[in-house]
Design a protein around this ligand. Structure first.
Ligand code: SF4
Length: 231
């Protein structure tokens, strides 16, 4: 029996049922739910299709990861898709400018569930060397949910591969019977992330109420009379 098969049996094994030591490499006692989860997650984690798009210098390392030297194909992830509708994983690799965050959120909304996001590099995680710059957002997780963070400037291909392995572990931990980890099997469509609006600055529609309040407060400060400003 190969090591991979042994590992699969190990994952299947129910923790409350003991199997004699000599049979552990060929026998696993499990429950139906655990069996379904294992097969389902095994298929999903070994066929993640990342979306083919890069933003800055980190993207060069992402491209290198797909080369023969690092061989992303070992993880079943070598098929980089040019369409968000065929992709499971968005790798945000590089500096996220205010102009670019708009199409990133739109692309994220166009991906089918289940979908995952990996933030690659200091820029995608928190703005990196350009944090608080006039044209850069301080982390993509302010706009879309991130599953795995890979730090570095830039992270090496090995670091990205490690992040992809962590992504596989996350997928493995999801269960069909637990809706909190697989919300896309709930009733109705998934909620879209409101697409930010690019004006003189970037506006997140989810913070509209906060912006309105700040504008009102500024108006009150300018007039010096709260009643007049709110009338
Ligand atoms: S984290 Fe460093 S290498 Fe990556 S995009 Fe930012 S500046 Fe470039």
């Amino acid at each position: 029996m190969t090591q991979a098969n042994e590992n699969f049996l190990k994952e299947l094994r129910h923790p409350d049922v003991s199997v004699p030591e000599g049979m552990q490499s060929s026998v696993a006692v499990t429950t139906f739910g655990r069996l379904i989860d294992s097969i389902y997650n095994w298929g999903r984690r070994n066929s993640i299709w990342p979306m083919a798009f890069g933003l800055a210098c980190c993207a060069i390392e992402m491209i290198a990861t797909a080369s023969s030297r690092f061989d992303q194909a070992r993880f079943g992830m070598e098929v980089l898709r040019a369409s968000p509708r065929q992709a499971d994983l968005m790798i945000v690799s590089g500096t996220v400018t205010k102009k670019m965050v708009v199409p990133i959120v739109r692309l994220y909304n166009q991906m089918a569930e289940p979908k995952y996001v990996l933030a690659m590099g200091a820029c995608a995680i928190g703005g990196g060397p350009f944090k608080e710059g006039y044209n850069v957002v301080s982390g993509i997780d302010k706009y879309i949910p991130v599953d795995v963070y890979v730090p570095g400037c830039p992270p090496t291909p090995q670091a990205l591969l490690y992040g992809l392995i962590m992504m596989q572990k996350k997928i493995d931990s999801q269960s069909l019977s637990d809706r909190s980890s697989t919300p896309w099997y709930g009733r109705g469509p998934s909620e879209e992330v409101p697409v930010p609006i690019l004006g003189p600055d970037i506006i997140d529609p989810r913070q509209a109420f906060l912006l309105r309040r700040l504008a009102e407060e500024a108006q009150v400060g300018a007039t010096g009379d709260g009643r007049e400003a709110s009338a």
